[in-house]
Ligand binder design. Structure first.
Ligand code: ADP
Length: 653
């Protein structure tokens, strides 16, 4: 076994690999960018090396710097995680040339599976079923269009270099072929620098079922059963599970045989996944699945396989890379129970899943499952960490295991409902709704399910008066903070001893602002009198499930997170006074470019800085003439409400 390895990745997967390395007594080296200087994977590793600025092109994709870091620290091997350099055969060549071990397959295996068309031809030769279609060299539109007619509509045009669902177009009718082709080519060119495509049959009621395979350097290859990843949104996996619901012994035998044949055909070593597309229009039939592609690395969803087999796949990766044989034979690998994984993202389902960023002011995950279920949380962040715009906005993977699918699913629902995140919008409500969907629950899932039901799955509940009251209580500080003595509400309330003090508080939910007077009653409960109403409501003074963070209050109730904005009275005061003002970030983002400095006299509407937020650039301009007292720094991460620009008291003439 190695004595020290370097992990060329970040986030949850870096933490995941470090955990297993530690278990095996292997020392770890983390690499990190500027944005990750204080992140969890850096903290967990024995050593850490800074490899560059935050953008991935200047850090996590810099193979040269990563190899240099391994050399400097004396690491013997590099684990690539997933994404980044994990499927880059040139990087593998460089690692090997530097005298290091790449914890993964050979560069030749990666190349063999790197292009969808070549991989399909290879699989066809090996006798693995591939989706009916054309994956030859010809790219002329007349040839492709006539192939499409032969295959039969609907067809799917796919970029041969494709990944992440890019460069893919479904075509219903021959008349639309030309336009779809040019769209797919444009997208493929932009994303992969290669606009060559293949055309295949669009499978009806498709299910995505993949098989985990493992090979060693002695010619052995085994499978570790299947995972079902049919719950997808825009070809991205949302909830994965193992085993596949409705799997029959015949279908499993046919699929896993094909997967092992595929792995052996390229002398595969390490962890890999063979992805199949299945026509489930008539249930699962052994003659209705086809090879789609092979992922030559550890998958994001590998934990569901670990949960049902009890195998630590990262441990196997390290052992095989260190030259050991596969720890188990096929017969020794058994399947037990059912597992789900839900990917928790910082994104806003109600805004068509727009990625979100922010600081995770509050982060709680359940640690124990109900009954016979168990829970595993894979994350690369802790409370107080930020989700930055530089990387994938995944916060955590919530993994559950139970003896059977219904109990695993109810455990997943429960785990989602008791997860609490404040500081960023998340998809937890959407995941919980999907886990409860009757079709999903019955195992009747195809890749179109989420799109068909999206409006219902993303509907977010509105807060009822009780939840608004709890938000007001939290925002007011009543019963929590000592009276400050300069609040007019306290002064007019007279003798606090006999007439408990009233405080005023406002909270905003979406466009709706609510203001109320709040006081603590002698019995410890709280009375809230909404503006313009005679009678108050009385709630307990309990702050359970309520979190205050800068400019906000989040209330957790019934599995939903209600995020209220709390108007900052100081900001209002500053903005109304004598031309002095501060301009605040309207949403969380990254200060990309600053065009003015402290002391500069600026004029109304002059561009001051560019804020990158929600993947778009927003120019922040001066709201009036003035002299700048303070301006955010270039490269700063801001949350919404952060002061970007503060003007001096007296505006310039
Ligand atoms: P990428 O490499 O871009 O992720 P894949 O080839 O893995 O592309 O396909 C991604 C997803 O697209 C699959 O999981 C499946 O949902 C859908 N898909 C792919 N091929 C077909 C097909 N022939 N018919 C129907 N859906 C397909």
């Amino acid at each position: 076994m190695f004595s020290k390895i370097l992990i060329a990745n970040r986030g949850e997967i870096a933490c995941r690999v470090i955990r297993t390395a530690r278990k095996l007594g292997v020392k770890t080296v983390a690499v990190y960018s500027d944005a990750d200087a204080r992140s969890l994977h850096v903290e967990m590793a024995d050593e850490a090396v800074h490899i560059g600025p935050s953008p991935v092109g200047e850090s996590y994709l810099r193979g040269d710097r990563i190899i240099e870091a391994a050399r400097k620290t004396g690491a013997e091997a590099i684990h690539p995680g997933y994404g980044f350099l994990s499927e880059n055969p040139d990087f593998v060549d460089q690692v090997v040339a530097a005298g290091l071990v790449f914890i993964g397959p050979s560069a030749a295996s990666i190349r063999a599976m790197g292009l969808k068309d070549a991989a399909k031809r290879l699989m066809e030769k090996a006798g693995v079923p591939v989706v009916p279609g054309y994956h030859g060299e010809a790219q002329e539109i007349v040839i492709l269009a006539s192939k499409a007619r032969e295959i039969g509509y609907p067809v799917l045009i796919k970029a041969r270099a494709g990944g992440g669902g890019k460069g893919m177009r479904r075509v219903e009718h021959p008349d639309d072929f030309a336009e779809a082709l040019s769209g797919a080519r444009r997208e493929a060119k932009a994303a992969f620098g290669d606009d060559r495509v293949l055309v295949e049959k669009y499978v009806d009621k498709p299910r995505h079922i993949e098989v985990q395979v493992f090979g060693d350097n002695f010619g052995n290859a085994v499978h570790l059963f299947e995972r079902d990843c049919s719950a997808q949104r825009r070809h991205q996996k949302v909830i994965e599970e193992a085993p596949a619901p409705g799997m029959t012994p015949e279908m499993r035998k046919a699929m896993t045989d094909a997967a092992v044949t595929a792995a052996k055909a390229i002398s595969y070593s390490g962890a890999g996944t063979i992805e199949f597309i299945v026509d489930a229009s008539d249930g699962l039939k052994p003659d209705r699945f086809w090879f789609m592609e092979m992922n030559t690395r550890l998958q994001v969803e590998h934990p569901v396989t670990e949960m049902i087999t009890g195998v630590d796949l990262v441990e196997w990766q390290l052992r095989v890379a260190a030259g050991e044989k596969l720890p188990k034979s096929q017969k020794e690998i058994t399947l037990s129970g059912h597992a789900f994984e839900a990917r928790i993202y910082a994104e806003d389902p109600a805004k068509d899943f727009l990625p979100a960023i922010g600081t995770l002011h509050h982060l709680r995950f359940p640690s124990v499952g109900a009954g016979k279920s168990s829970i595993r949380v894979e994350t690369g962040v802790g409370e107080g960490d930020s989700i930055s715009p530089f990387y994938d906005p995944m916060i955590a993977k919530l993994v559950v295991h139970a003896p059977d699918r219904p109990s695993a699913l109810s455990s997943l629902g429960e785990a989602l409902k008791t997860s609490e995140i404040a500081g960023s919008t998340t998809n937890i409500g959407f995941l919980a709704a999907l886990a409860q969907d009757p079709d999903f629950a019955s195992g009747d899932v195809d890749t179109g399910l989420i799109a068909r039901k999206q409006p219902a799955l993303v509907a977010s509940p509105k807060p009822d008066p009780d939840i608004i009251a709890r938000a007001l209580l939290t925002a007011s500080g009543v019963g929590h903070l000592a009276p400050t003595g300069n609040d007019p509400w306290e002064l007019i309330s007279g003798y606090g001893h006999f007439h408990p003090l009233w405080r005023q508080a406002s909270v905003g939910f979406e466009q709706q602002e609510t203001t109320a007077g709040i006081r603590m009653r002698p019995d410890g409960r709280v009375e809230i009198r909404f503006d313009g109403q005679e009678d108050g409501v009385i709630i307990s003074g309990d702050r359970q499930g309520a979190v205050a963070w800068p400019g906000h209050v989040t209330i957790f109730a019934d599995g939903a997170a209600f995020d209220f904005k709390v108007p900052d009275p100081f900001a209002k005061a500053a903005e109304s006074g004598n031309g002095a003002a501060s301009m605040r970030a309207p949403m969380p983002g990254l200060v990309k470019l600053v065009r003015a400095a402290k002391g500069d006299a600026v004029v109304k509407n002059q561009p001051l800085l560019i804020l990158e937020a929600m993947k778009m650039e927003h120019t922040i301009t001066a709201q009036h003439d003035g002299v700048i007292a303070e301006i955010a720094a270039e490269g700063a991460q801001v949350t919404d409400g952060t002061v970007l620009v503060r003007f001096e008291e007296t505006p310039a003439e």
